[in-house]
Ligand binder design. Structure first.
Ligand SMILES: O=P(O)(O)OP(=O)(O)OP(=O)(O)OC[C@H]1O[C@@H](n2cnc3c(O)ncnc32)[C@H](O)[C@@H]1O
Ligand SMILES: [Mg+2]
Length: 203
């Protein structure tokens, strides 16, 4: 089986990549399988910059091509926050509950029609041998007034998808993986991935 390494320490992302890639016939490894993987500082001002920072640092460290994901929630009424700070919005402890509570608190009193938001996912594919490739994907939704659902991770319990009439955390893994920002970014990577892997094999 072909293997891809995803440069992430986030369990929720790791699970999603596992099901998205197993459908393509790939086995997924993540930094959760690499005991001494370095913590790459996310100093970029865009999702793309941070994805490139993570992918290139880990590709260099492992001497192997990797994919990194930098993603987050963009809330219109909060001028785009939490944005690139999504993981640590309520502090360095990186608590999903504290982060979602902070967003809900900041949106108190904001009417439904003004609670528009989107998830954004930038993927960077990097190798010690080739130029880095980046792609992105989004998904549109509304921020709820309280959390609902237990599937998924991060901000999923407060992200309502109108077409499904459910929060991301009420969707099954399979349903979310059809429509998520991560799935859309992976679709954009698809054609480029094959060519990249062919070049990698020729090296
Ligand atoms: O950097 P890595 O190790 O990949 O893990 P991380 O959790 O720090 O990941 P990011 O820096 O990309 O921060 C993204 C945050 O955005 C949120 N997020 C991203 N994708 C999401 C999704 O599909 N559903 C819910 N929340 C998501 C979630 O809170 C993540 O912690
Ligand atoms: Mg991170």
């Amino acid at each position: 089986m072909k293997t891809v390494i995803i440069a992430t320490k986030n369990k929720g992302k790791a699970k999603e990549f596992e099901s998205l890639f197993s459908a393509k016939g790939y086995e997924v490894k993540t930094l959760l399988d690499v005991p001494d993987a370095p913590d790459v500082e996310e100093t970029g001002t865009t999702f793309e910059e941070n994805a490139i920072l993570k992918a290139e640092a880990i590709a260099h460290q492992l001497g192997h091509f990797v994919i990194a994901d930098d993603s987050g929630l963009i809330v219109d009424a909060l001028e785009g926050r939490p944005g690139v700070y999504s993981a640590r919005y309520a502090g360095e402890a990186k608590s999903d509950e504290a982060n979602t509570e902070k967003v809900l608190r900041e949106l108190e009193g904001v009417p439904k029609e003004a609670r528009t938001a989107r998830f954004y996912c930038a993927l960077a594919l990097a190798s010690p041998n080739q130029e880095t490739i980046t792609v992105s994907g989004t998904m549109e939704g509304l921020i709820t007034e309280q959390p609902s659902g237990t599937n998924g991770f991060g901000y999923d319990p407060i992200f309502f998808v109108e077409e499904q009439g459910k929060t991301n955390a009420e969707l099954t893994k399979e349903e979310k993986n059809q429509i998520s920002h991560r799935a859309n970014a992976l679709r954009a990577l698809d054609e480029k991935l094959d060519l990249f892997l062919k070049r990698e094999e020729g090296m």
